[in-house]
Ligand binder design. Structure first.
Ligand code: C5P
Length: 222
């Protein structure tokens, strides 16, 4: 059986990471959460008090930073400069600033190199916004996963409630809509569907149904 390279792109809250995690564990593939990398950089800029539009300072930071990821049952654990930030990067503060940081070419250049290195051995599922278009244009299989803003906000809200994170459905919906806009209108590597990606709208599907569809699709190509 061939170990494939799989790209899953789509907007915030479409369930990409939950689906990728589940399918990767079923197929014994490595799951790489690229959003976590952008979140870690956004967290670090916040820690250092660097403004999201201070490109020079952020470029300097990305030149020296070290990011390390490790697959775990709950997803990916992530360290930046040897500090584990797996939990911190999910905060509303990081969610609010991450899209501005992710729009900077210096940040993207550095993280894309890292993502390509991690994907190199195959047997990987990467999820993000530009995996099928920029990071791995020759990925064996590409999916574009989306759902209505309401469905995505509801899922993300329930997820955050379960983790005891204080927020409201309206705040989550606003953050998702704002990130959708920023991610799809930025100059570098905007969120868009690769022409050869399989389009899935999972507004009416649950996690198992979406994961089952994707898993079967991969198994048929292996
Ligand atoms: O996947 P997640 O929602 O955690 O991603 C957080 C943010 O990181 C996105 O809203 C987007 O701005 C950025 N991102 C990106 N390219 C990727 C993955 C994430 O620009 N490949």
């Amino acid at each position: 059986m061939k170990k494939l390279t799989v790209a899953i792109d789509g907007p915030a809250g479409a369930g990409k990471s939950s689906v990728a995690k589940l399918v990767a564990s079923q197929l014994h593939y490595l799951y790489i959460d690229t959003g976590a990398m952008y979140r870690a950089v956004a967290w670090l800029t916040g820690e250092k008090g660097i403004a999201a539009d201070d490109e020079a300072a952020i470029r300097q930071l990305t030149d020296t930073m070290q990011i390390r990821m490790q697959a775990a049952a709950q997803g990916c654990r992530i360290w930046i400069n040897e500090r584990e930030v797996t939990e911190e990067i999910r905060s509303p503060e990081v969610s609010a600033r991450v899209s501005a940081i992710a729009a900077l070419p210096a940040v993207r250049y550095k993280l894309v190199q890292l993502q390509r290195q991690l994907a190199q051995p195959g047997g990987v599922i990467l999820d993000g916004r530009d995996i099928g278009t920029v990071v791995l244009p020759h990925a064996d299989i590409k999916f574009f996963l989306t759902a209505s803003v309401q469905a995505r906000a509801r899922r993300r809200f329930l997820e955050m409630q379960e983790k005891g994170m204080p927020t409201t459905l309206a705040q989550v919906e606003e953050n998702i809509a704002s990130r959708d806009y920023q991610d799809s209108h930025r100059e570098h590597s905007p969120l868009r569907q690769a022409p050869d990606a399989v389009f899935i709208d999972n507004s009416e599907w649950n996690l198992q149904e979406t994961a089952g569809y994707i898993q079967r699709y991969i198994e048929e190509k292996q």
